[in-house]
Design a protein around this ligand. Structure first.
Ligand code: UD1
Length: 419
């Protein structure tokens, strides 16, 4: 029987919440362990399903992987296998990040293509063209992306869009290529910087992390390391937005507030008092939030992963908000669910216009992806009555201890339907 959440609205969130390591970092750091023979340790791993799933992908490639509390130990053999098959990969898309490390380490990679995605098509053309410029041949064959290289050499690569995944795969291939690689229009997300830092700890020579030009001097060999994952800025901001929507007072710890500059500014525009702290930030919202316009963009722009929460905030704000989605083509699909909760929302292409209402109205709703699911729970917190949020396995993929954390802040939520 599948589980769902019952979320009862009306409570103000108050208190403190600690966030774990970033989902969008930890999976790439685990893949980077393929680059060095021996035991790499990644700490501050979040307790989410994608971590054991990634462990299975690595086991399939010949690694030994031990998971204990928030630590993962990955022992990579001298000759990893190069074929990540569909059973391991199908469950989560981020597993394509083994492509770059496998090409670097084995000069050969066969990675099954993950299935479709509710937020829009997610091609790998930029990953492949970057690898080709490094000297690899890459094709899609029988449902797999295949890459092979006799010799990987440095290259000048200009991405047509600062794709997070393409930047990571090309970077992880280039660290063991001969000579210098320059990636222009690279993604600048804090998770990319985290990966650059770990690679440098392993002996790579990467500079420019966090800027749009990454320069990589290839080295012959990397060594294992122990690396701590950065805090999850998307989870942290989810709690910040929840504080604003519920007119609450929440202190979020375990994250670098500098990774959320624009997001915290938007909360201030909504009327919240936002205080940066050494290990996080605090959000206090007195009275009804005000309407705010959002346009999602690659970092340091407003994150597409927070667009559903932004819509939740706009749905109960005073005034009309305009929200523009620039990163994923189908990310507004979940707005239908927000309308079911009484949101006054209209979408047209990649724009949404939301007229705030004082209170939403509980209803059964379905999560289509991790962030949409979290956005719907936040909406449930400001709806009258009890909202049923279905397909919550999505939320469990991105939010560790979601129910415990939300209850700790005074939210009323129950997980039901488990066998
Ligand atoms: C990562 C994050 C995801 C976040 C996204 C954008 C992980 C596990 N996931 O996804 O949570 O929403 O960054 O911040 O880190 N594209 C192409 N061709 C390519 C690659 C990408 O057209 O070869 C397009 C995509 O379809 C999308 C856009 O580029 O429209 C951004 O994708 P990308 O930055 O690559 O996102 P992911 O790495 O998949």
């Amino acid at each position: 029987m599948s589980e769902h959440f019952l979320v009862t609205g009306g409570n103000r969130l108050e208190g403190e919440v600690l966030v774990g390591g970033a989902k969008n970092s930890v999976l790439k750091l685990m893949a980077a362990a393929l680059l060095a023979e021996g035991t790499t340790v990644v700490t501050n791993c979040p307790d989410i399903l994608d971590v054991p799933l990634m462990a299975d992908v690595l086991r399939g490639l010949g690694c030994e992987v031990e998971l204990e509390d928030s630590e993962v130990r990955i022992t990579t053999p001298a000759e990893p296998k190069y074929h990540a098959d569909f059973d391991a990969v199908k469950q989560f898309r981020a597993s394509v990040c083994v492509l770059g490390p496998l090409v670097a380490r084995c000069r050969r990679a066969v990675v099954a293509l993950p299935g479709g995605d509710a937020i829009g098509s997610r091609p790998l053309d930029m990953h492949q063209s970057g690898l080709r410029l490094l000297g690899a041949r890459s094709e899609i064959e029988h449902g797999c992306v295949v890459a092979e290289a006799d010799d990987l050499h440095g290259a000048n690569i200009r991405l047509v869009f600062p794709s997070v995944g393409a930047t990571e795969n090309i970077l992880m291939a280039a660290v063991l290529a001969r000579g210098e690689t320059v990636i222009d229009n690279a993604a600048r997300e804090p998770e990319i910087v985290d990966l650059c830092n770990m690679l440098n700890e392993m002996g790579a020579k990467v500079s420019g992390g966090g800027s749009s030009t990454l320069t990589i001097q290839g080295v012959r060999k990397l060594e294992p390391t122990t690396h701590r994952v950065i805090g999850d800025r998307i989870v942290a901001a989810t709690w910040g937005v929840a504080a604003s929507m519920t007119r609450g007072d929440v202190r979020v710890r375990g994250v670098n507030h500098k990774h959320l500059g624009l997001v915290l500014d938007k909360l201030r525009t909504a009327g919240a008092e936002v205080t940066p702290e050494v290990d996080g930030f605090r959000v206090i919202q007195r009275g009804r939030p005000k309407a705010v316009n959002f346009a999602t963009l690659p970092y340091p722009g407003f994150p597409t992963d927070l667009q559903p929460m932004a819509i939740g905030l706009a749905a109960v704000a005073e005034g009309t908000s305009m929200i523009t989605e620039n990163v994923f083509e189908s990310r507004f699909r979940f707005v239908e669910e927000m309308i079911r909760l009484g949101a006054d929302a209209r979408t047209d292409g990649h724009h949404a216009v939301i007229r705030g209402v004082p209170v939403l109205s509980s209803a059964p709703v379905w999560s289509s992806d991790i962030r949409a699911g979290a956005g719907l729970v936040l909406a449930g917190l400001v709806a009258d009555g009890t909202t049923e949020v279905h397909d919550i396995f999505h939320i469990d993929r991105g939010y560790p201890r979601f129910v415990e954390n939300l209850r700790g802040l005074g939210g009323v939520i129950e997980r039901v339907g488990s066998e």
